[in-house]
Design a protein around this ligand. Structure first.
Ligand SMILES: NC(=O)c1ccc[n+]([C@@H]2O[C@H](COP(=O)([O-])OP(=O)(O)OC[C@H]3O[C@@H](n4cnc5c(N)ncnc54)[C@H](O)[C@@H]3O)[C@@H](O)[C@H]2O)c1
Length: 248
């Protein structure tokens, strides 16, 4: 049996770790023996998490380029070179209205956090990984980025941007030993999905053939494989996790 799925003692950075999917991924990786660097802007929630699970915590603000660049330096000097980075930071922004009512300031904010921040994080981690000849980067995108959900223009556009960025960087670093991939979940049980109106929730759930929401642990299980040494011949790809909604 392949030993290549082991993450034992690997140093793995997880952003958005204070809540929902990122939190579950951080807990899951820690239970698999990884040395997790849990990062978020919500430091209180991170401390609470670290009280219950073995991991180090770091504050980061995805609106601030320096904060992201400094984060990577801090984590690597305290814990050692990163094997992998999983980015789970994301916001929905204002939703529920057509583009003619779009608040451009809110659009800019969603772009800054969901896309610009993800690009900066990639830039910050990838050079060291490539120099060492090994690394795994995973961004949590969304089904919204593949299919476009109505009344969620900013969110859908930034998630599509994330998928495009991953395709581009995957080709740039294809021979380096570093892979970069995305994942596109449909609706997952989490604080973010709870913020949808009942009407939106019903409409989004109705699109899922398995007729249920996904679970954070299902995201964590897939993420653990994607960032393992075993997932070695796939880069620039967006993995589906949509209960049968997107079969491509
Ligand atoms: N929940 C879903 O249904 C779903 C579906 C598909 C994709 N996703 C994506 O998965 C990721 C995680 O979603 P979730 O449901 O766990 O959401 P969540 O709201 O529970 O967690 C998001 C985390 O991002 C952090 N964050 C927000 N702004 C930040 C900033 N400026 N700097 C640093 N951290 C910041 C928050 O503090 C929070 O801990 C997001 O990218 C989301 O778009 C979620």
């Amino acid at each position: 049996m392949s030993e290549n799925t082991s993450l034992k003692n690997q140093i793995i950075l997880v952003t958005g770790a204070a809540s929902g999917i990122g939190r579950q991924i951080a807990i899951d990786l820690s239970s698999r023996g990884a040395q997790v660097a849990a990062c978020d802007k919500n430091l209180d929630a991170l401390h609470e998490l670290a009280n219950q699970h073995a991991m180090s915590v770091y504050e980061v603000d995805f609106l601030d380029e320096k904060s992201i660049m400094d984060l990577v330096v801090k984590v690597e000097s305290k814990q050692g070179p990163l094997s992998a980075a999983i980015n789970c930071v994301g916001i929905l922004g204002k939703n529920g209205d057509k583009i003619e009512f779009l608040d451009i300031q809110d659009f800019d904010n969603v772009c800054a956090i969901n896309l610009r921040g993800a690009v900066i994080l990639t830039k910050a981690v990838i050079a060291g990984m490539a120099e060492r000849g090994y690394g795994r980067i995973l961004h949590i995108a969304s089904i919204s980025g593949k299919e476009g959900n109505p009344y969620l223009v900013a969110y859908s556009a930034t998630k599509a941007g994330l998928i495009g960025m991953v395709k581009s960087v995957g080709k740039e670093y294809a021979t380096s030993g570093v892979t970069i991939n995305a994942m596109a979940p449909a609706l997952i049980e989490s604080p973010m999905s709870e913020s949808f109106s009942e009407q939106q929730m019903t409409a989004l759930k109705a699109k899922i053939p398995m007729d249920r929401l996904g679970k954070s642990q299902e995201v964590a299980d897939m993420a653990a494989w994607i960032i393992s040494p075993a997932c070695s011949f796939t880069t620039g790809f967006t993995f589906d996790l949509s209960g049968g909604r997107a079969t491509y």
